[in-house]
Design a protein. Structure first.
Length: 431
């Protein structure tokens, strides 16, 4: 692959890494807060005296807010810039984490998670936009995968640190103490983050109220690459998200007979696998653009096969080697979901990148939210039969695959047309 920068590309370099690193640190903390419930699910059920479906409402509400915010966030990033949007996000998700620490009831805890989800929603699209402003376009796939990798490191902190804090110093101290991380990244953000390098200011695009918003959304959605990116994200991300965010620990403890400590180690394995696979996928897609769809489809197929083998294992409990394989495979879901942005990014001009990314990012979280609800309802309805409840995953995968196969040809043709037009324009640049 050519390493020559395109005209107008940002230079990258150490300063780009430093500034982008601050944005990624914000996302890192947001993921810690988002996934902290995953290791506290059983504690939350005891603390607030709720059933499985009520417990799932915590994560469903958080993801509902997150998914519903994605398009507005994309529009805000396009209009206000990264720094302002990230600042609002940090304030909201830190307040949500702190409120969750001191919530005296189920209702106030729900409100706190909703506030956290709102702040969390402002982070990832902003970090993607920051990367596109500071790094050359050819680095886009790798930069996006690295952002996702750092986010998974935040998940690792949840499984390794917050889980221990919960059982060491208790609910309130663990969640309140973790909220201090939000204060730290807010200070760094205000002091050092810049939206773009000097000399690379984006062209001003007029914003004309509701008409402009409708046009941005409509033009982004009209691109087959945007819709394909959303469905790739939808189909790949949610199995691991559902497992890590809420139902993994109860499944391993209650259905597989593991101790909490052993279950926590397997959740950690999912995160570690995600980080390794993310590096590999980022390098492959950056070098071989045609590998995008095979990687995504291969991940979906492998996940479905291993999920079915684990859940429907004929014995009372699946063997440990299979649970290890299961968790390693789930680790590929997050990196595969990032490929969705590699379809929507080239399909949209710079002024619509935030909006298009918001549409794409909405996919996986809608799927996760739907599956979290279905599993909770099915567990209550079947007397906690995890085999029936976890089968909900296959329904969502089938829906997503149908849409991917429907859109892939349209998106490929449109992308080829854009590439040809771009080359013609480059060749005929006026002197």
């Amino acid at each position: 692959m050519s390493t020559t920068a395109l005209p107008g590309d940002p230079p990258g370099g150490r300063r780009a890494v430093a500034v982008w690193g601050i944005g990624v640190a914000v996302y890192f903390v947001a993921v810690i807060f988002r996934t902290s419930l995953g290791v506290a699910g059983l504690d939350a059920a005891d603390r607030f005296h709720v059933s499985a479906s009520a417990l799932s409402t915590f994560s469903i509400l958080q993801l509902l807010v997150y998914a519903g915010m994605q398009i507005p966030v994309g529009l805000l990033v396009d209009r206000l810039g990264t720094k302002k949007v990230l600042t609002i996000g940090v304030v909201l998700f830190t307040a949500g984490q702190l409120g969750f620490a001191f919530s005296p009831s189920y209702g106030t805890a729900l409100a706190s998670r909703a506030l956290l989800g709102c702040g969390d929603a402002l982070t990832f699209i902003s970090v993607l936009r920051l990367g596109s402003r500071w790094f050359p376009a050819r680095r886009g796939p790798l930069v996006a995968q690295l952002a996702g990798l750092v986010g998974m490191a935040g998940n690792l902190v949840s499984t390794l640190v917050i889980a221990r804090l919960l059982h060491g110093i208790g609910w309130t101290a663990a969640f309140a103490g973790s909220s201090l991380a939000g204060v730290v990244v807010l200070v760094l953000l205000l002091l050092f983050l810049k939206d773009h390098p000097e000399g690379h200011e984006p062209e001003p695009f007029p914003h004309q109220g509701a008409a402009y918003v409708r046009r941005q959304i409509a033009q982004s959605w009209r691109e087959p690459g945007t819709r394909l990116g959303m469905w790739v994200h939808f189909t790949t991300q949610f199995p691991a998200m559902v497992f890590l965010l809420l139902w993994g620990l109860p499944f391993l403890v209650e259905a597989q007979g593991m101790t909490r400590a052993a279950a926590g180690e397997l959740l950690t394995l999912v995160v570690l696998s995600n980080m390794v696979v993310g590096l590999v996928y980022g390098q492959i897609v950056a070098r071989h653009h045609a590998a995008r769809l095979p990687l995504a489809l291969g991940t979906v197929g492998t996940t479905a096969a291993v999920w079915a083998t684990t859940v429907f294992w004929p014995g009372e409990h699946a063997p440990m080697w299979l649970l290890v394989v299961f968790c390693v495979v789930l680790g590929a879901c997050g990196p595969a979901s990032m490929i969705g942005f590699d379809f929507s990014r080239p399909a949209n001009p710079p002024e619509r990148q935030g909006t298009a990314s918001g549409i794409t990012n909405m996919g996986g979280f809608v799927a996760s939210m739907t599956t979290l609800l279905l599993i909770g309802v099915l567990l209550d309805a079947t007397g906690e039969d995890y085999r029936v409840a976890f089968s909900a995953v296959f329904v969502l995968q089938a829906i997503g695959l149908g849409q991917i196969f429907r859109l892939r040809g349209q998106a490929a043709r449109r992308e080829r047309e854009r590439l040809v037009a771009s080359r013609v324009e480059t060749v005929h640049v006026p002197a």
